[in-house]
Write a new protein. Structure first.
Length: 178
């Protein structure tokens, strides 16, 4: 991709991410075009439909979450890795719920983007558990960690920040070895 085409692509994705967060995933694509300061042809050349744009935004968000998981796995104290990961996972799920719902409504659950995200997140969760070492119960699996984060997201959907923090603390203490 030429440098100017790459910049346009990245600008469109960044603007779409902002607008989806502000107004939901049904925001008119004309609004994306206007805010990104590109022509409609440029948008449709990169993204032939809304689903393609949703997928690009989702991929970027998953990669950012994965980078965070890798960073804390490498840099955080072992006792802090799991709490940091669960906190960010829940924040991500709460922020991106509309995006994920829109994608799941339009794409097959077995599609490439979900398979890709599944592999990346399982790899990161595995790294988080390895980095936590003996600060987490040995029977906890990467799938457990991902499901617990998802469950905490659902459980705290309407909770105050204080209630969410308390539930996270309870969850993390239950993951520590006896």
């Amino acid at each position: 991709m030429r440098a100017d085409a790459r910049r346009n692509y990245e600008r469109i994705v960044a603007v779409a991410r902002e607008l989806f967060a502000e107004k939901g995933t049904e925001v008119p694509l004309d609004e994306v075009v206007k805010r990104a300061e590109v022509g409609a042809g440029t948008l449709y050349r990169h993204f032939p439909n809304r689903d393609a744009l949703l997928e690009a935004v989702y991929r970027g968000e998953i990669e950012a979450l994965a980078q965070y998981g890798r960073k804390i796995s490498a840099e955080a104290a072992p006792a802090e890795v799991v709490p940091l990961w669960l906190t960010e996972q829940v924040r991500f799920l709460n922020r991106k719920k509309g995006l994920v719902v829109a994608l799941k409504a339009s794409l097959d659950r077995d599609c490439e983007v979900f398979s890709w995200a599944h592999l990346i997140l399982h790899d990161v969760a595995d790294g988080v558990l390895s980095a936590a070492g003996d600060h987490v119960r040995p029977e906890v699996t990467k799938l457990d960690l991902l499901r617990l984060g998802h469950g905490l997201c659902v459980a705290t959907e309407r909770a105050t920040p204080e209630e969410a923090e308390r539930l996270l603390e309870i969850l993390v203490s239950g993951l520590r070895p006896a």
